[in-house]
Design a protein around this ligand. Structure first.
Ligand code: TRP
Length: 482
């Protein structure tokens, strides 16, 4: 995660040393008035921090279980490789070339054309996603407290635990607020050196903890059934709807389709190797998602549940089952429970920051608001928009399902945003410009041809077929309903 470096006003710097010096002296170097990453790796770290989050641990297993298991996994991997990865590179390129948020960048690269509307859709999508993302991230804070109190015992009814939390409007609103405030504080401050350092330590720790949990999960009774469900493809289950879920999940998990990578790319210097960065971020994110599946599915079968009906709560009900089975009860469960939910909360925070950053960057770049004011006002508005989601899991029955609906809307708008971006880079702005921008940092970009074909034809065609089929089905259903 990481946000643009401290609001230092300096020209694009090519070395970490320059930015370190200007950060220390806070020298007002004249420039475009925007931040800059502190080091070459800060960007990859920030982009990976954005990608790795609740999408991997919470949303991915839910999608797999609703999508029927192994076949979904294969479709997901296909979508990542063929559509999402090329789009990720395209976003980074547009950001670095346009030096602005999605709206500003598209306007800058292709003035007096309506392409920027895709950027605007992205900013709106950021608002929608963050509104419910913050609710779920709030649960991680609540679960840290529960884990610390030693709640996760072998005989704990984790379903009841979750439902009690979800049904309490007060708890939901409180933790939604706590998480949103954390997000706002970080974005308002710009990047602190401390955050970069913290993430460098916490992300690897998160990975180690996931591997340990995976080992525990794989040795639980029932693990084999879970693994079979997760890894054995059953293609008879595949529908057009599952393709939409898979591609939407790929965009969500990799933080694509709303300009997060455009915005982060805009704080980048020209030396960065964009294709390698994109591949690292996508690879790390996919690895973590696959790992999460190896934890959740054994746990589901161990707990005697069936995948498919879990809904948004899935992870928060199944994971505590594993903590309850840690050695040295109750301390083993406490330790792992606290560590896991703290790290999940951090991973969520590094993602939420990128969501708010897009919206804030838009106000700062295009409306000349100040960063601090934008962060607090927009964060507050997004909090309010998130209230119905927070109350939709039991607190207010009339709102039941609202969070899922917001999530479902985002699934579509992200994919539409991705389509717009691919078309913009492939046709609107132009591949020649994009390739020239990539070559600034990667003179020998060997996959230029492959990427050009993917971004120009394959990605737009795949998205159009997947979305088109779904819309066709919807229309058919509506007609049949008359
Ligand atoms: N990718 C993050 C996750 O997996 C969520 C996220 C952050 C996101 N920024 C985004 C999703 C931009 C879509 C677009 O949790």
């Amino acid at each position: 995660m990481l946000v643009p470096s401290a609001p230092v006003r300096g020209p694009r710097r090519s070395s970490g040393l320059d930015s370190l010096v200007s950060n220390m002296t806070n020298a007002p170097i004249p420039n475009n008035g925007r931040g800059n990453w502190g080091s070459r790796f800060a960007f990859v770290l920030a982009a990976a921090g954005s990608a790795i989050g609740l999408g991997n641990i919470w949303r991915f297993p839910v999608s797999v279980s609703e999508g029927g298991g192994g076949a979904f996994l294969l479709i997901y991997l296909f979508c990542v490789a063929v559509v999402a990865l090329p789009v990720m590179l395209a976003e980074m390129v547009v950001g670095r070339a346009g030096e602005k948020n999605p709206v500003g960048a598209m306007r800058h690269l292709k003035p007096k054309s309506p392409w920027f509307l895709f950027g605007a859709l992205g900013v709106l999508t950021g608002v929608i996603i963050l509104s419910f993302y913050s609710v779920i991230a709030g649960w991680t804070i609540y679960y840290v407290i529960e884990a610390a109190r030693g709640t996760f015992q072998p005989d704990t009814d984790t379903e009841a635990l979750f439902e009690n939390m979800a049904a309490s409007g007060g708890i939901e609103l409180l933790f939604h607020a706590v998480f949103m405030i954390l997000t706002i504080v970080v974005v308002a401050a710009g990047v602190r050196k401390g955050i970069e350092r913290t993430v460098k330590i916490l992300m690897p720790l998160f990975f180690v903890l996931l591997v340990v949990l995976m080992l525990r999960a794989l040795t639980l009774p029932g693990a084999a059934e879970g693994i079979a469900f997760y890894l054995k493809p059953d293609f008879s289950q595949i529908t057009g709807g599952i393709w939409v879920m898979a591609i939407g999940q790929a965009f969500f998990s990799l933080s694509l389709g709303m300009g997060a990578m455009i915005t982060y790319g805009s704080y980048l210097n020209k030396q960065e190797n964009l294709p390698v960065s994109a591949a690292c971020v996508a690879g790390a994110d996919t690895l973590i998602a696959i790992l999460a599946g190896l934890i959740i599915f054994p746990a589901i079968f161990f707990a005697g549940m069936t995948p498919g009906g879990g809904g948004p709560a899935l992870v928060f009900i199944t994971l505590p089952q594993i903590f309850a089975q840690m050695p040295w009860a109750p301390y083993g469960g406490m330790l792992f429970g606290v560590a896991f939910f703290v790290l999940l909360g951090v991973a969520a925070l590094t993602s939420a920051i990128s969501l708010l950053e897009v919206v804030v960057a838009h106000m700062v770049d295009d409306w000349k608001w100040n960063r601090r004011k934008s962060a607090w006002i927009l964060g507050g508005v997004i909090y309010v928009i998130g209230i119905p989601s927070a109350l939709s899991l039991g607190a207010v029955p009339a709102l039941s399902g609202f969070l899922g609906i917001m999530d479902g809307i985002a699934n579509y708008t992200l994919v539409i945003g991705g389509l717009g971006l691919a078309l913009f880079v492939g046709w609107g702005w132009g591949l020649g410009h994009a390739l020239a921008e990539i070559r600034e940092g990667t003179p020998g970009f060997r996959l230029a041809k492959v990427w050009s074909v993917l971004i120009r034809y394959v990605a737009p065609a795949a998205i159009t077929v997947i979305l088109g089929n779904q819309i066709f089905q919807l229309v058919r259903k509506m007609i049949a309903g008359f």
